[in-house]
Design a protein around this ligand. Sequence first.
Ligand SMILES: [Zn+2]
Ligand SMILES: [Zn+2]
Length: 325
Amino acid sequence: MLEYIGDIFHHFIDPKKRVFLGYIALSILIALLWLVFIRKKGLKSAIFKVFDKKILLSGSAISDYKMFLINRVLMLVLSPYLLTQLAVATFFYYSLLSIPLSGLISFLSDTPTFVVAVLFTFVFFTFDDFTKYWVHRWMHKWPVLWALHKVHHSAETLNPITVYRTHPLEGILFSLRGAFSQGTVISTFFFIFGDKVDLVTILGVNFLVFSFHVAGSNLRHSHIDIKYWVWLEKILISPAQHQLHHSLDERHYDKNFGAALAIWDWIFGSLHHSEDIDNLILGVEDNDFNPTSVTELYLKPLKEISDIVAESLSSFKLLNKIFKI
Ligand SMILES: [Zn+2]
Ligand SMILES: [Zn+2]
């Protein structure tokens, strides 16, 4: 129990976590500056807008908070059994050692330590973001994965904790993705540059991850529709662009899968720029569960997956029968 309470507390005081209180405070400041200077609201109405009870205490938001607390228990139990980036890195490193490449890359051994650190920090962040884009895109494309990801999209209001409104099976998939992407980059760099490999960090956090959070990453899950310039929205996902990703409007379906970078959406044709919409309606069309019932949020996706599997099996049996005939 103490370990659990410590883990929850840790999420808000650890700069490695997105909901670190320092990032939340900066996000509030950015939201107020946006509302006062760009939306021309008075300070008092801007404060009321940021702390809107209808958003932060909605039934949907309450289920976000409950899922955050329940998912942390599940992850504490499951995490010792999940594949780690160290295991992946060790496997890839020894696989690379077995390939006779040392002659080809020996000229890189003179690379200055600072250059290696900057390159490693950049590649680590970019490749991680690239894999997030693809796994997220597959989550929307494949029915079995959509059954899980629909839980996140069933949110009818957004707040920074909505990022944790995910089915635990999606959490496990994302953890495997992280182990794969980070483990492969770490092992490749250690193979090429040896002990020169290091991250450029601030408060122990990857410099680029830190910059992303300081720039208001928490506002992606919020009702503050901050937009960027058109050119910048092709490079970085603005809060308004992620809010469009949650929109019920068909025009916004399968757009803006990016986590931090928008370049993947731009390159692979899923980019949608932010729009001036006052009341964006959020949620999912085929929402066959109550978005405020935590029990349904956990159990209905499992039922839907078992139905999809059963249906595939019966089609397979039918084909088998026809084939035999
Ligand atoms: Zn999505
Ligand atoms: Zn989201």
